[in-house]
Every structure is written in C-alpha cells, then in structure tokens.
Design a protein around this ligand. Structure first.
Ligand SMILES: [Zn+2]
Ligand SMILES: [Zn+2]
Length: 86
C-alpha cells in the first residue's frame, strides 16, 4: 500500500503506518507520532497510568485534534485589528 498523502502528490511511496484517526496509509514523512495517556476507571474516578501509549496520525488529523485543545475559535478582532489595505 502507498502513502495517501504522497499519492495525492503523484508520488508512490510505500506506507509504513496507518493513521489511527482517519485510517489513511502513511509513509515515514507523513506519519506523525504522538503519545497518548492511558486511563483506567478506578473506583469512583479515572486513573491515568504512568506509561503512555503510542498514537500515529496523519498531519491533517493531528492538526484537527490540536486545534481543539489549544486554539479556541477566534470570535472577534484581536488586539491588533487587521485593516483593509485600500
Ligand atoms: Zn507520504
Ligand atoms: Zn488521519
């Protein structure tokens, strides 16, 4: 199987991983490896286990997932509003 992102650019590069989110096949360049903490229900709460699991995603899914965590949607103008050039 070939990398999905490379295939879109007309390059046939053999895939080495699968995106854990969208399922696209990825080459080493397009695969993004992150760690994922493992939770276990523990009595009334949830315990986070000390060892993290591996998670491989494509860049598209990685970007989509991090935008939820770090970047709240911009509602109005920031401290430096952009002016039209003309
Ligand atoms: Zn690729
Ligand atoms: Zn993906």
């Amino acid at each position: 199987m070939n990398c999905y992102d490379c295939q879109a650019a007309d390059r046939g590069v053999t895939a080495v991983a699968i995106c854990g989110s969208c399922g696209a096949a990825l080459c080493a360049v397009h695969a993004r490896t992150t760690s994922r903490s493992v939770h276990r229900v523990n009595g009334m709460g949830v315990a986070t286990l000390p060892l993290a699991a591996r998670r491989i995603t494509c860049f598209t899914c990685a970007r989509a997932e991090t935008q939820l965590q770090t970047e709240p949607p911009a509602t109005s103008g920031s401290s430096a509003p952009r002016r039209p050039s003309a």
